[in-house]
Design a protein around this ligand. Structure first.
Ligand SMILES: *Cc1c(COP(=O)(O)O)cnc(C)c1O
Ligand SMILES: [Zn+2]
Length: 423
């Protein structure tokens, strides 16, 4: 039994049943899942969670679908890693990395897809579909294979090679569209009415999909000993993840799982080549102007973000900030995280780390705060971004002499061992 009391319009508050609905019939506002929090509070204890699986499903009482055998590849319960060396470089105090590179298909999207397809299967859908900037495609194809569902994923034609291969290998249909993500998304919105028997995870079952991101907040709090952090830095694509991270902390308090009322500042991270939310934040407006994306951070390249306004609102009400970083800064962010903490992130992770660095330098993220940065995807997905940036320090013949010459008297305790450009 789940604890869902229904769906509710985020704009006008009208109630709907928990079906495959995503917009309000009256005002076209997005729908959100609501729960019977009193019943959740009476059931969901720290002990019950600790006895649950080491995945997002340990928090099933606050997820929109109950299923003893969910569509599950083991998403979630990823490491929360204390990052002392990175903190020292950035002049911060207590810094943690939420390492979502460790998810089954290498990104945080496994959280949302596991929830979406479990609900879709329960609603009777046989086909899983999506519009994707890459990681969602990987995850939908993998989870559909696991569930024995067919999959149809639509991607923009210029995605990173690894993301295309990683999607196609699972055997579903991969449709490459000559257009941007926003074009693909529009096509999917049209297809949703043509194909009512397909579950488009980020369209007609988006309401359920979105709830999966709350598990980032749940895990961070549990891993910090049931305390909320002071500040979280979250990358923004559609803005759904950031919005739901905020909801997640609020829900934990509502159901009595935290000792202290959380006061979490939430800051957003975008790439300068696609920064509609950061721009609106900087200009102090409510209007998010769509942009045409041009950035190496393709997983965040959504020019017209569906939840952009809600993300902006969550940032402002939490007292956080929102900034954007150039592609060069993204690459520097990827390298900085790898060099200091041994974590290899994709470009979206580079956006988070570079934005964290920028906000720390501005004094917005402070050294007296307990800070968590969400690193949401694995670096092997976007190796192209580092072409010409890193490579072998040197190439030698297989002899001791050549090795000695290459080392040139270098001592390994100096910084000389840093990777050098191959070009
Ligand atoms: C999709 C994605 C995001 C952004 O999530 P939204 O909910 O669209 O804002 C961040 N990081 C990675 C790696 C992603 O794939
Ligand atoms: Zn409404």
């Amino acid at each position: 039994m789940d604890f869902v009391s229904g769906l509710r319009c985020r704009e006008c508050g009208r109630a709907y049943p928990a079906e495959a609905l995503h917009v309000c019939d009256y005002c076209f506002g997005p729908l959100e899942v609501s729960y019977d929090y009193e019943r959740v509070a009476a059931t969901m204890t720290r002990e019950r969670i600790a006895a649950g699986p080491r995945s997002i499903w340990r928090y099933a009482d606050l997820l929109p679908v109950a299923d003893p055998a969910p569509v599950d590849l083991g998403a979630g319960f990823t490491p929360l890693i204390r990052a002392e060396r990175l903190a020292a470089e950035l002049g911060l105090g207590e810094l943690w990395i939420k390492d979502d590179t460790a998810n089954p298909t290498g990104s945080f999207k496994d959280r949302v897809v596991s929830v979406a397809l479990t609900k879709a299967r329960q609603l009777g859908f046989k086909v899983a579909a999506c519009a994707s900037t890459g990681n969602l495609a990987n995850s939908v194809a993998a989870h559909a294979a696991r569930a024995g569902m067919e999959s149809v994923v639509l991607i923009p034609h210029d995605l990173e090679k690894a993301k295309v291969t990683m999607t196609a290998v699972y055997g579903g249909r991969v449709i490459s569209v000559e257009g941007s993500y926003d074009d693909v998304n529009r096509l999917c919105a049209e297809l949703t009415s043509e194909q009512p028997s397909w579950a488009f995870v980020n369209v007609n079952v988006r309401t359920y999909y979105a709830e999966g991101s709350k598990t980032l907040a749940f895990e961070v709090a549990e891993q910090l000993g049931w305390q909320a952090p002071d500040h979280v830095v979250v990358p923004i694509g559609s803005g759904s993840q950031l919005t739901k991270v905020a909801k997640g902390f609020a829900e934990l308090w509502k159901v009595g799982l935290l000792d202290e009322e959380p006061s979490v500042r939430i800051s957003g991270a975008q790439a300068s080549g696609c920064a509609p939310v950061a721009t609106a934040f900087a200009e102090g407006t409510d209007a998010i102007r769509p942009v045409k994306p041009d950035t190496i951070a393709k997983s965040l390249a959504i020019g017209n973000p569906a939840d952009g306004w809600y993300a902006l609102d969550a940032i402002r009400t939490s007292g956080g900030s929102c900034a954007s970083v150039t592609d060069d800064e993204v690459i520097a962010g990827i390298r900085l995280l790898a060099r200091t903490e041994g974590i290899f992130a994709e470009t979206a992770g580079g956006v988070t780390i570079a934005t964290l660095a920028k906000l720390a330098a501005q004094g917005v993220v402070r050294s007296d705060e307990r800070v968590v940065a969400l690193v949401t995807g694995h670096g092997l997905k976007t190796v192209e971004a580092l072409t010409g940036e890193v490579g072998p320090t040197t190439t030698i013949a297989p002899t001791l002499e050549a090795f000695a010459a290459a080392m040139g008297g270098d001592s390994l305790s100096t910084n000389e061992s840093d990777a050098r450009s191959t070009s």
